[in-house]
Design a protein around this ligand. Structure first.
Ligand SMILES: *Cc1c(COP(=O)(O)O)cnc(C)c1O
Length: 351
């Protein structure tokens, strides 16, 4: 969370807008909360230049729920869907979707140990597939699509959880985009779904009402109580991103910050190693290992002593992961670069 957002939330916590009550006490059906919700939708629409024929939903259940809700809402009469297999999170999405239809793996980068991305020229798409799903940034593997796949006539669906709002995107290329709130939006609790209007109305009849895109869209995401406080905080974050210069400014920043990290890794004479080739490297999650594996535990301990925490790689992958979500301050990244450099110097001298 950006520090300025936390401070504003603190100031407003007990007395929102001079009303004498807290956001935490507002009914979701009241005009006050509705004004916050509309403002959040409007600000997000402006930030990403979302065209009028796309609806913005704030849904429950995290991105993991969308792994099921995408097929349940979009399959319609189709019996199959396309998935790009590019790492841990796309595999999770595939495993869930397999319960609802036949999954065609349009392309996979499994052979590279998911250190690379499936390539456009290798995509094998079946025209009868309901949609084509991919994960724009593989949070655990540290690989990111720097140009989006092209699925032709088949609606393109993206899990953008870890790089949402870190760069501008051409929404019109997508049928649907979803992103959990806890990475770049900040507060945990909801999932943004941006869906093209013509894809509504295909939901499976067994789908619970609150998970139905069309019904949530008609009800302005208010079919039942939404996570009011998280949506309020998200709106403050949207305003903060706008003040910072919007997604293009976020992109410039994450390119520079990640490049500085990869430079320390590549310039360490093999002390740190990043298995991902430059063209696939994530600008958001920088994943690497220490050549001397025994030093990894010491790296985490020493880092923690210096105040650098949450650097452990995803439990399925191991190693080190530096997450450069939007709210991560630049001076924190600077300080970490210095620490990594020092640590490498110190422990190279040991050998
Ligand atoms: C974190 C993450 C998820 C899981 O999000 P939940 O909100 O915990 O369900 C899914 N996809 C990607 C790409 C992620 O980074």
């Amino acid at each position: 969370m950006p520090a300025s957002v936390l401070t504003q939330a603190q100031h407003e916590l007990t007395n929102w807008n001079g009303r004498g009550f807290s956001i935490l006490e507002m009914p979701f059906t009241g005009d006050e909360f509705k004004s916050i919700l509309r403002s959040a939708q409007r600000n997000l629409r402006i930030l990403l230049a979302i065209p009028d024929n796309y609806r913005i939903l704030f849904m429950h259940g995290g991105a993991s729920a969308q792994f099921s809700l995408v097929p349940l809402n979009l399959l319609g009469n189709a019996a199959q869907a396309e998935y790009l297999e590019s790492g841990y999170w796309s595999q999770r999405a595939i495993t869930e979707a397999e319960r609802y239809c036949t999954i065609n793996i349009a392309a996979s980068s499994r052979a590279s140990g998911f250190n690379q991305l499936p390539e456009q020229q290798n995509l094998r798409l079946h025209p009868k597939s309901a949609y084509c799903h991919f994960t724009s940034n593989e949070t655990a593997n540290g690989v990111q699509f720097h140009s989006m796949p092209d699925s032709g006539e088949i609606p393109l669906v993206a899990d953008m959880t870890s790089d949402f709002l870190t760069r501008p995107i051409d929404i019109s290329k997508f049928g649907l985009i979803y992103a959990s709130s806890q990475k770049n939006i900040g507060p945990a609790g909801f999932t943004v779904v941006i869906v093209r209007e013509d894809l509504l109305g295909r939901a499976h009849r067994s789908l619970p009402t609150i998970f139905n895109y069309e019904l949530q869209s008609k009800a302005d995401s208010l079919l039942n109580t939404p996570v009011t406080f998280a949506i309020y905080l998200a709106n403050l974050v949207f305003q903060w991103i706008s003040t910072m210069g919007g997604p293009s400014a976020m992109a410039n920043r994450s390119v520079l910050r990640s490049a500085a990290l990869y430079q320390v890794i590549d310039g360490s004479n093999g002390f740190y190693r990043c298995a991902v080739p430059p063209s696939c490297r994530s600008h958001v999650n920088v994943c690497f290992t220490l050549e001397d594996e025994k030093l990894t535990a010491k790296f985490f301990d020493t880092a923690a002593e210096h105040g650098f925490i949450n650097l452990k790689g995803h439990k399925a992958i191991g190693g080190v992961r530096v997450s450069l979500y939007n709210a991560m301050p630049d001076d924190g990244v600077e300080a970490l670069l210095g620490f990594m450099h020092e640590f490498a110097l110190e422990h190279t001298a040991d050998v």
